[in-house]
Design a protein around this ligand. Structure first.
Ligand SMILES: Nc1ncnc2c1ncn2[C@@H]1O[C@H](COP(=O)(O)OP(=O)(O)OP(=O)(O)O)[C@@H](O)[C@H]1O
Length: 366
């Protein structure tokens, strides 16, 4: 077995082949940086090669690097720093991460339900002291599950369902109704290491009406999800804020705290989920706009992203899009959700104009 003191070939000869990748990593990983990072380890032993392995195995990755533990963001900062700035469109030195879970500050109670089919707000959280899913060992993963389930026992009206004992019919129905994450047969979870030992210590907690959901040990230790049919965004955000505050408090009783840093906010496996960790999405009917040649340019200038309604990587079907904020870092939850509400309303306005074959130029952000 190789040990850390073993003499290795110069780092240039091990430089990874990223020629087929379009990931952001490719723009910043130089031979010099690789030489500097190849042989260092985080406090729990995570290496740079592990952090970028999924990018070599899967050419469709957008970012190309994951964290295996909290320390990864410090030890591999030469790469994480520029990649995070570019993805989140921020300057890290100026970045302040302030949590604001005050739903009463939001204006705009409800989206036009002629267009919005359903509304969902989720955020990722990870518990300090444990490795992240790409690198945690089985006992850590089980300890994370126990702590989260214990915290959730204080929530009324819901129940935890471990994946390992869930019957197939329930599992399929939860997935097809968009409540449960997919079984990793291909894709990011598998190649990043998050799916080791699947389905051990993974599960879902949900209320009977499935408007409040917690995912355990998928891509992050925990995902908090508030969702419901229709467009009542204030209800969805209020439920999200209350759940987030309550779970943090109940974990504190067990002496746990979330991984957090002033410059990066809540830490996550993927740099895309840093900051608030929050993705607010609507399934919204945009049959005209989604076919417009300027659609993706409009989204990008509004810092929005579009997915298909079957989740990340799926295609738009029947003109129904999943529209969400693409940036999560350097702004508060209230600011982020308010900006997203305003921008979704703008997209709906543009869609109405296109329906009536009216010009849209005066509505466009650029
Ligand atoms: N507004 C929404 N209404 C109903 N279902 C939704 C909504 N937004 C997302 N979903 C569903 O949630 C599930 C998970 O979606 P998806 O994997 O794209 O995003 P995520 O959970 O935010 O995580 P990640 O960004 O890490 O992929 C999918 O089944 C998707 O259809």
């Amino acid at each position: 077995m190789a040990n850390q003191n073993q003499k290795r070939y110069p780092a240039q000869s091990d430089f990874p082949d990223l020629s087929k990748s379009n990931a952001l990593l490719k723009d910043y990983l130089t031979q010099d940086i690789y030489a500097k990072l190849r042989d260092v380890r985080t406090s729990s032993g995570f290496t740079f090669d592990r952090a970028i392995q999924h990018c070599l195995d899967r050419v469709t990755e957008t970012i190309g690097i994951v964290a295996g533990d909290e320390d990864s963001y410090t030890v591999f900062a030469d790469i994480f720093g520029p990649v995070i700035e570019r993805y989140h469109k921020i300057v890290r030195a100026e970045c302040m991460n302030v949590t604001d879970l005050s739903p009463e500050k939001i204006t705009g109670e409800i989206f036009d339900e002629n267009y919005v089919v359903s509304t969902r707000i989720r955020a990722s959280r990870n518990i300090r002291g444990f490795c992240l899913p790409p690198f945690c060992c089985r006992s850590e993963r089980r300890a994370v599950e126990r702590s989260i389930v214990c915290a959730l026992n204080s929530f009324p009206g819901g129940e935890y369902h471990p994946l390992s004992t869930m019957d197939d019919a329930l599992c399929k129905s939860l997935m097809s109704n968009h409540y449960l994450f997919r079984t990793p047969k291909v894709g990011f979870q598998l190649v990043s290491g998050c799916a080791r030992d699947w389905p051990d210590a993974r599960g879902i907690w949900y209320t009977e009406d499935k408007t409040l959901i917690f995912w355990v040990n998928e891509e992050d230790h925990m995902r908090v999800i508030s969702m419901q049919p229709g467009g009542h965004v204030k209800e969805v955000f209020t439920r999200f804020c209350n759940a987030m505050k309550q779970v943090e408090q109940t974990l504190k009783i067990q002496n746990h705290q979330f991984m957090w840093r002033a410059d990066l906010g809540y830490l996550s496996t993927e740099p895309a989920n840093l900051g608030t960790g929050l993705r607010a999405s609507v399934h919204v009917k945009l049959p005209n706009l989604s076919k417009h040649p300027r659609f993706y340019k409009i989204l990008s200038s509004l810092k929005l992203e579009c997915r298909g309604t079957a989740g990340y990587g799926s295609a738009i079907k029947d003109g129904i899009c999943d529209i969400s904020n693409s940036v999560r870092l350097g702004v508060s939850e209230v600011y982020l959700v308010q900006t997203w509400i305003d921008n979704v309303n703008l997209l709906i306005q543009i869609e109405m104009r296109l329906e009536n074959i009216q010009p849209i130029d005066d509505l466009l952000p650029m």
